[in-house]
Write a protein that binds this ligand. Structure first.
Ligand SMILES: *Cc1c(COP(=O)(O)O)cnc(C)c1O
Length: 476
């Protein structure tokens, strides 16, 4: 089938010089001219960290995003280059010694591995509790089905990124700690699983970054879903707009990617690009603005999300500017996340109380168009938990917390209270308020963890959940 060619080069993309993608990695640190302003000591620290944690940038990030006159504080530099404080002082010193003394590579690799294993690479329970199975019992490790309506899918060819974020909570998979064994015919098992689950309305592709895949691979995953009547939306979680906007403008298959988005939209479904933007600078270049324009022209909606991270975006002005730019460019602010409880968290973490303060100051400065954003939100084991307020109730200072997604659907929208704690950074550090012994969801979570029961997902047939029931109107 040849789709109608409505994707033409947008006028704005004329004059944008194509770039050829090339990854810049640890071995390139010595030869990067921009780093020559650093002392050899600083460079050594950087190499030590890059031996333990993944490091990859590209020329767009180096030439157009980082302000080299402002390093090391520059937020784009903090976001993409290894920082010495990301390792514990002892580990940093040990790694530096090995590199300085030119120790054999095996010795350096062994120490790096030892440090990585100490670093809590996986948030508790994420691995075991979320793996779905086909009806014949086959486990599907490249998928997560945590919330009733939505399946998360990790295509094995999308497990890398155009640049690694220094704060990435999935770093373990980039250094080979996670053995990512995916089913060989995974596109087919995704289709089969979704077919067997009529409660699933939304498929969310994530990674790594699915947009490192070429258009034909992407379509092999996406197109079969368009034959399933209860699939109402397709989402792609990606940092490519920020790290490599050429993906949608001058890359060889840029037009094919856009045509694929357009096919999803024309099928009557919602296609959302869940764009990860951490800082307003990422929205300033001509090429990113062109990429956004071109994606929007396909009928796809761009929704924006990012974690709140110390040294990068931990101030309200940055978020106001980020959200305002997003709205101006026709995108939808969606989530502000609390950075996860994986190392090197101590370098990036922001206490919940401070996160709430930053969020609410920035939120106040937005018109309603930007108040589609929700946060600060923790993607925790029982669900997505919002810090919705700080209040004093009967003389007790409390966090007002709210589920915006729950492992049990009935939890969504439910409010609960925790003792105020100025330094807590994650849900598991909070204690129930008002003298309660545990939070309301804890008994259910114990049972779910013990595999004694699956979540109570209720009667699947109750709602209108099929595309054909909506009376799809042809458009374009
Ligand atoms: C956030 C998330 C989703 C999507 O949730 P929405 O509220 O629909 O955006 C789905 N699965 C997992 C595991 C998530 O963390």
């Amino acid at each position: 089938m040849t789709p109608p060619n409505t994707i033409t080069k947008h006028p704005a993309s004329r004059g944008i010089q194509p770039r050829k993608y090339r990854a810049i990695q640890r071995r390139d640190l010595d030869s990067l001219p921009q780093l020559s302003r650093l002392s050899s000591d600083e460079l050594l620290g950087m190499k030590a960290v890059a031996s333990v944690l993944p490091f990859r940038v590209n020329e767009y990030v180096i030439d157009e995003l980082i302000d080299w006159s402002a390093i090391p504080q520059d937020p784009m530099f903090q976001l993409s280059f290894p920082q010495p404080e990301m390792l514990a002082p002892d580990d940093l010193a040990a790694m530096r010694r090995l590199i300085e003394s030119d120790a054999p590579q095996e010795e350096q690799t062994a120490l790096a591995r030892q440090i990585q294993l100490k670093m809590n690479p996986h948030p508790a329970g994420q691995m075991e509790v979320n793996v779905p199975r086909l009806e014949d019992g086959t486990p599907l490790p490249g998928m997560q089905h945590k919330y009733r309506e939505t399946v998360l899918f990790f295509p094995s060819q999308g497990q890398t990124c155009h640049t690694y974020c220094s704060y990435c909570f999935r770093w373990a998979q980039f250094v080979g700690l996670d053995d990512l064994k995916f089913a060989s015919r995974e596109a087919d098992s995704l289709r089969r699983y979704v077919e067997q689950h009529s409660e699933v309305n939304s498929i969310l592709f994530t990674g790594g970054d699915p947009m490192v895949m070429n258009a034909s691979l992407l379509s092999r995953y996406i197109e079969p879903l368009l034959d399933i009547d209860h699939v109402l939306s397709v989402r792609i979680g990606t940092k490519s707009l920020a790290w490599w906007p050429y993906r949608f403008v001058t890359d060889n298959d840029a037009d094919d990617v856009l045509r694929l988005f357009e096919r999803v939209a024309k099928s009557g479904r919602h296609i959302a690009i869940m764009a990860h933007f951490s800082h307003p600078r990422e929205l300033e270049t001509r090429v990113v603005q062109t990429a956004i324009r071109r994606i929007r022209d396909t009928g796809a909606i761009i929704r924006c999300q990012a974690p709140l991270v110390r040294n990068i975006n931990d101030n309200p002005q940055v978020w106001t500017s980020l959200w305002k730019r997003q709205v101006l460019l026709g995108m939808v602010p969606y989530y502000m996340f609390v950075e996860r409880d994986t190392e090197p968290k101590n370098y990036f973490e922001v206490p919940l109380a401070r996160a709430y303060d930053i969020f609410s100051k920035a939120y106040r400065r937005m018109s309603g168009l930007g108040r589609t954003v929700r946060g600060p939100s923790m993607s925790a084991l029982p669900g997505k938990v919002l810090v919705d307020g700080i209040a004093e109730i009967h003389g007790e200072k409390v966090f007002v917390l709210k589920f915006i997604q729950g492992r049990e659907p009935s939890w969504a929208g439910r409010v609960f209270f925790a003792k105020y704690d100025e330094s807590a950074t994650w849900l598991d550090q909070l204690k129930p308020a008002f003298g309660e012994k545990e939070f309301f969801f804890e008994p259910a979570m114990r049972e779910i963890k013990a595999h004694r029961r699956s979540p109570a997902w209720g009667d699947r047939s109750k709602f209108v959940r099929r595309l054909s029931e909506f009376g799809h109107v042809e458009w374009m």
